[in-house]
Design a protein around this ligand. Structure first.
Ligand SMILES: [Zn+2]
Ligand SMILES: [Zn+2]
Length: 245
């Protein structure tokens, strides 16, 4: 049947979507964790940087005061030459440390930006994947619906849930076409009541029957009791009796 093919194609086309999507989302989650830790690192690095800068400012201020104070300045020069050397190397190592820290912060920030870019790209890819498949699914579903509708209109006598087909010829007609919409205005009607098919339906064994399919309830049959022998509708029964006479 054509419907089955369309449905199979639908299922096949969408089968690997969840897997791909899950792999994207897992990568996104991993990136999220990495970027969170890198961002934490940047914060602590910047904190250290600011603290050190503040310390340097304090020392400079103290040094400035010392410079202003001639007595202290002279004292320093007189008392300890080694200390002066130490101060110089201290300043240099501090400068080096500052530069290293700056470099590290720069690297971390760049890494953060790279991760953010990859995350954006992944999100866009995931979106495209879903979008593409939704568009395709919509298209396939429209084809599927059209096929189902055409099939229903072409074979109005193929009724589901029919029990009346004791005759072999009739049994072949008992199919189960797929009904997309129960409220379809094009759906054929049956029975004396001229309503659409629902529940158990019984078929009249007369090939020339004008109605052919009937609701169990409309012809007074119990759907829980299996039909025995051939069943004919009122009209056909009457016609058969008249013919015999
Ligand atoms: Zn009826
Ligand atoms: Zn009949």
């Amino acid at each position: 049947m054509k419907q089955t093919t369309t449905a199979t194609v639908l299922a096949d086309n969408t089968a690997n979507v969840p897997t791909t999507l899950v792999s994207y989302l897992q990568r996104l989650k991993a990136l999220d964790e990495t970027s969170a830790s890198v961002s934490d690192k940047v914060h602590s690095e910047v904190e250290t940087f600011v603290l050190r800068a503040l310390e340097t400012t304090k020392t400079n201020q103290t040094t400035g005061k010392d410079d202003d104070n001639n007595i202290n300045n002279k004292k320093r020069k007189l008392n300890d030459v080694d200390e002066q050397d130490d101060d110089d190397s201290d300043e240099e190592s501090r400068k080096k440390k500052k530069e290293l820290l700056e470099e590290r912060i720069d690297k971390s920030v760049k890494l953060c930006l790279e991760i953010a870019d990859e995350k954006c790209a992944l999100a866009a890819r995931a979106y495209d994947l879903v979008d593409e498949h939704i568009t395709k699914l919509d298209k396939d579903l429209r084809v599927f619906e059209d096929e189902a509708r055409n099939n229903t209109n072409a074979n109005p006598k193929n009724k589901p849930n029919a029990q009346g087909g004791q005759n072999d010829k009739k049994k072949d007609q008992v199919g189960s076409p797929y009904y997309v919409n129960e409220a379809d205005p094009n759906e054929p009607t049956y029975c004396y009541c001229k309503r659409v098919s629902f529940g158990e339906m019984v078929g009249c064994e007369n090939d020339k029957c004008k109605i052919e399919w009937f609701h169990f309830s409309c012809v007074g049959l119990d759907p829980t009791v299996k039909l025995k022998g051939k069943w004919y509708c009122k009209e056909c029964k009457l016609n058969m009796k008249l013919k015999k006479k």
